[in-house]
Design a protein around this ligand. Structure first.
Ligand code: HEM
Length: 561
């Protein structure tokens, strides 16, 4: 055998060497070409972005470092930054262009559009939890499901929930008895109540058939929101490939299990009811919470037409009175199951995604809204006096449940709710991804396609040229003569336009009954002032220190205790 023949062992390194040399030889130009293509494809975006003011950033990182820190710190910093620039501000989170808008006329262009309906890419972190539910889906799927779901929150359906709103509100009053005289976090009670009310109304199942308490579910949602917020602010946690190796991925898996186990059980229970021919809610209403008065009421208030633009002729799909007879209107989950039985409009997986979406959107927002409201009552005793006076005029000393007609009389309470939503909007920002360039009206700027647009609801609600003395809690901001002169898009707690909140009428009606029932029984006090609130905007706006209040029983309850 010839000794000159190279053995495979000896040949391999040099073959490998030449293969890797070729690889690197090709990799470098490929990387340069890719970078050149990337730069050229972004040149249009960069050109338009350069014209928009914003804080200076570092090479590559942009302004990413300004988005580091604890949640209250980031909130404070971004809010303060908004004073240094005009109505349109840009920031770079690495290669990502984020543009903040606060001028109502600019906001209108985005929110009223049927084109700019894509949610920002950050919403993808919700996917393992909410799938392709209404909050994040887009295109034809979103349109078809929105058309299906919006009518299930029509006022005629909501009126049929009044007894359940009353029954659950009375239970909250009972549970709160043990807190009388102590300082406690009312958000715990509000989130448990809002989860249980959703189960019994929109989902139509009795909370008693669930082996998990509403609070366990709400707590899992809160912890899940913490993780999502972490991924929004800690840039290195954004790619799944890194996130999946962190401890947070494991925690997230456990939380999603808790959340999904509730929704799976709810759907299973509803299907079983359907097979037995049962329709509507199976939750029991105690005799004393029954109103027996679901009749129609002609007068319109914000609850009914809670589209502030109606006065100027603007309506959306929640305001439309189509020709579906009252008989055909069904509550949310009943309709989902019925629609799925012909399998065309929505399949089983999609029902689960929508139930997860409604359970989340429907409880955490109203839990925050009601907790901020109670905090405001505790701080502003003079305003609470007026709310109590109005409620006493409606109910006197009686313990009867609230009817729909009563809710129409709660005009001052309604203004206090709106003022709470103005100063502390539970959804403090709304974000969209642009597919097309958009020319603004407030200044000579064009928002480039590909940019993430952040609509700063919290900031818009505190613009001094729209709300004189914007940091003062003043329910008179919602006197009809004041709202009539304001831009429709200057008050958007429920967003507006085709992607506005489907639950806004549900939320307002439920909150009126829940909050009036609490104030018929307790007076709220607070030792903490608004300037000491630690606001934290992780998905839903909250007080980082908890919603600390104290309760005193009012006359009737005190006599019964
Ligand atoms: C005070 C209470 C509430 C507030 C402040 C609120 C606010 C909002 C906002 C701002 C949006 C738009 C979010 C975005 O574009 O990123 C939204 C969407 C949504 N909300 Fe609400 N919401 C409330 C209560 C509810 C309730 C009670 C439900 C259901 C029972 C609900 C269901 C939804 C759904 C499904 C969407 C997605 C709509 C779509 O994209 O077509 N919300 N909400």
């Amino acid at each position: 055998m010839s000794t000159t023949t190279a053995s495979p062992d000896l040949a391999a390194p040099s073959a490998l060497l030449s293969a890797s040399s070729v690889f690197y030889f090709l990799l470098i130009p490929a990387a340069i070409l890719w970078y050149a293509y990337w730069k050229i494809s972004r040149s249009h975006m960069l050109e338009l972005a350069n014209k928009i003011p914003g804080p200076p950033g570092l090479p590559i990182l942009g302004n990413a470092l300004q988005l580091l820190g604890s949640s209250p710190q980031i909130f404070k910093r971004v809010y303060e930054l908004s004073y240094d620039y005009g109505n349109t501000v840009k920031m770079w989170a690495g290669p990502k262009l984020i543009i903040f808008l606060i001028d109502p006329s600019d906001v209108e262009i985005i929110l009223s559009s049927h084109v700019h309906i894509d949610k920002a890419s950050e919403y993808r972190f919700f996917k393992p939890w909410l799938g392709d539910g209404l909050l994040i889906s887009t295109g034809q799927k979103w349109r078809a499901h929105r058309k299906l779901i919006a009518p299930t929150f029509h006022l005629n359906v909501l009126k049929s929930f009044i007894d359940l709103f009353n029954a659950n509100s009375r239970e909250v009053v009972q549970k709160l008895k043990k807190e009388v005289g102590k300082e406690f976090d009312c958000h715990d009670y509000m989130s448990e109540a809002t989860v249980e009310i959703l189960l019994e109304t929109a989902m139509g199942v009795s909370k008693k058939t669930q082996d998990q308490s509403g609070y366990d579910y709400a707590k899992a949602v809160m912890d899940m929101c913490d993780i999502l917020h972490l991924r929004h602010t800690k840039i290195w946690l954004r790619p799944d490939i890194i996130f999946n190796f962190t401890k947070y991925a494991k925690v997230q898996e456990g939380l999603i299990n808790v959340i999904h186990s509730l929704t799976r059980k709810v759907i299973k229970r509803k299907r079983a009811d359907f097979e037995k021919g049962i329709r509507g809610s199976t939750a029991e209403v105690p005799e004393e919470a029954k109103t027996n008065s679901v009749g129609s009421v002609a007068s319109k208030t914000v609850v009914e037409g809670l589209s502030y633009g109606q006065s100027v002729g603007l309506t959306d799909d929640l305001d439309v009175d189509d020709d579906i007879g009252e008989k055909k209107r069904m509550a949310f989950l009943d309709l989902m199951i019925e629609a799925s039985q012909n399998g065309v409009v929505i399949n089983d997986e999609e029902i689960k995604e929508q139930v997860d979406t409604i359970m989340f959107e429907g409880h955490d927002t109203t839990a925050a809204g009601s907790s901020f409201f109670l905090s405001m009552m505790g701080i502003h005793q003079d305003i609470q006096d007026k709310v109590i006076q109005e409620i006493d005029e409606i109910f006197g000393d009686s313990d009867r449940p609230a009817t729909f007609a009563d809710t129409l009389e709660m005009k001052y309470l309604e203004r206090c709710m709106m003022e709470t939503l103005r100063m502390y909007p539970p959804v403090p920002i709304i974000a969209r991804q642009l597919r097309q360039d958009v020319k603004l009206v407030s200044g000579d700027y064009t928002l480039p396609a590909g940019a993430t647009i952040v609509i700063g609801t919290f900031k818009i609600h505190r613009l001094p040229d729209i709300y004189p003395n914007p940091d003062k809690f003043d329910p008179d901001n919602f006197l009809p003569e004041r709202t009539a002169n304001r831009h429709y898009y200057s008050f958007i707690p429920f967003s507006a336009g085709p992607r506005s909140c489907v639950g806004r009428k549900y939320a307002m009606l439920k909150l009126k009954i829940l909050l009036s029932t609490i104030l018929r029984n307790y007076r709220v006090r607070s030792d903490i002032q608004e300037k000491d609130f630690q606001l934290q905007a992780d998905i839903i706006l909250k007080r980082a220190e908890g919603f600390k209040i104290k309760l005193e029983p009012r006359k009737r309850l005190a006599a019964a205790m």
